[in-house]
Design a protein around this ligand. Structure first.
Ligand code: DGY
Length: 325
């Protein structure tokens, strides 16, 4: 009976298996149009539902979380990043917040490697050339890229996704691993990878052939990679970003790519998604993907099932496994 069941609002279209599961357990309102909800709809959601389930594109700011006569006591977000939620405002209002960690590690690491390979082997340029009909045939000096074996992958951040990226790069492609993080990573993994801890970001940027970003978004990491940081990279180095667009100063990156201050960039995330600067779109030595890091059927289902697990625990009076606030 719908009346006895917690009311749950889902803001975007989710994989069918997850929507089915939610509908079995909750009185759920889905969004089959997949059109993002506006602020008024999110406020109404907080007022009329027991739980609101946004995604990383719904900005859950203090004006939405702090409303009067609120009914929702949990915001169960679909995605691992949660900088779109004002966690301080949620805590002040006594709202629980959960995310979906762990389940998108492999998919995102796979995509980091996709970008490393595409940039190293100039796959985007090659595909554009072929599709445009301007390929003139095989020749010894055509679109020469760079090999991965023996090259240093410098990881900025050493959490789950960075570690999975390192494993693939080390054991799949014979790369050397160095990483910058607040503290050294798990000893067993570090030993197995032969990974070097570099306690200074500038030093890591100066020695890496590929720099891959794996830090969370938010005020603390905004423009961590700015003009000064890029200036520390080697001229032949390639920047990979599967983390958050804001971590990189995009204007500085455009300038560096345009002047060949660095050799290339592979980007899955952008500062103003879904708007990507025309200047960036015009740069040949950049591979640009539309935020596909976790976009496998298996992963997106697993993310939804984690939201389900968080909701189920909450409404059973237990601690949600992925509570961040
Ligand atoms: C996340 O979950 O934070 C990713 O950016 C999208 O999968």
């Amino acid at each position: 009976m719908a009346g006895d069941r917690p009311r749950v609002l889902v803001t975007r279209t989710w994989p069918e298996a997850v929507e089915r599961r939610l509908a079995e357990r909750f009185d759920v309102t889905l969004n089959p149009t997949d059109v993002p909800l506006d602020e008024a709809a999110l406020i109404a959601g907080m007022r009329d539902y027991d739980a609101v389930c946004p995604t990383i594109t719904d900005r859950m700011h203090a004006g939405i979380l702090g409303i009067e006569r609120r009914r929702a006591a949990i915001v169960a977000s679909y995605g691992v990043g949660f900088e779109h939620i004002d966690v301080a405002a949620a805590m002040a209002a006594g709202i629980a917040v959960t995310n979906t960690p762990g389940v998108l590690t492999d998919a995102t690491a796979d995509l980091a490697l996709t970008l490393i390979l595409m940039t190293a082997r100039r796959a985007g340029e090659g595909e554009r050339e072929l599709r445009s009909g301007s390929w003139t045939g095989w020749r010894p000096t055509h679109l020469l890229g760079t090999s991965l074996k023996g090259k240093t992958l410098g990881l900025v951040g050493f959490g789950r996704i960075a570690q999975a990226t390192a494993e693939r790069a080390r054991f799949g492609f014979g790369m050397e691993i160095a990483y910058y993080a607040r503290r050294p990573g798990p000893q067993e993994l570090v030993d197995r990878l032969g990974a070097r801890f570099v306690p200074n970001l500038g030093d890591l940027l100066g020695e890496a052939d590929f720099v891959s970003l794996h830090v969370p978004g938010g005020a603390e990491t905004r423009h961590l990679i700015d003009a000064a940081a890029i200036a520390q990279m080697q001229r032949h180095a390639i920047l990979i970003n599967t983390a958050r667009g804001d971590v990189v100063d995009e204007d500085a990156l455009i300038e560096a790519l345009g002047t060949r201050r660095i050799a290339g960039a592979g980007l899955d995330v952008f500062a103003g998604e879904p708007n990507v600067s025309p200047a960036l779109r015009g740069i040949e030595n950049a591979v640009l993907l539309p935020h596909l890091g976790s976009a496998t059927r298996e992963t997106r289902e697993a993310m939804g099932m984690r939201v389900f697990a968080n909701l189920e625990a909450w409404f059973d009076g237990k601690a949600p496994p992925d509570r961040v606030a």
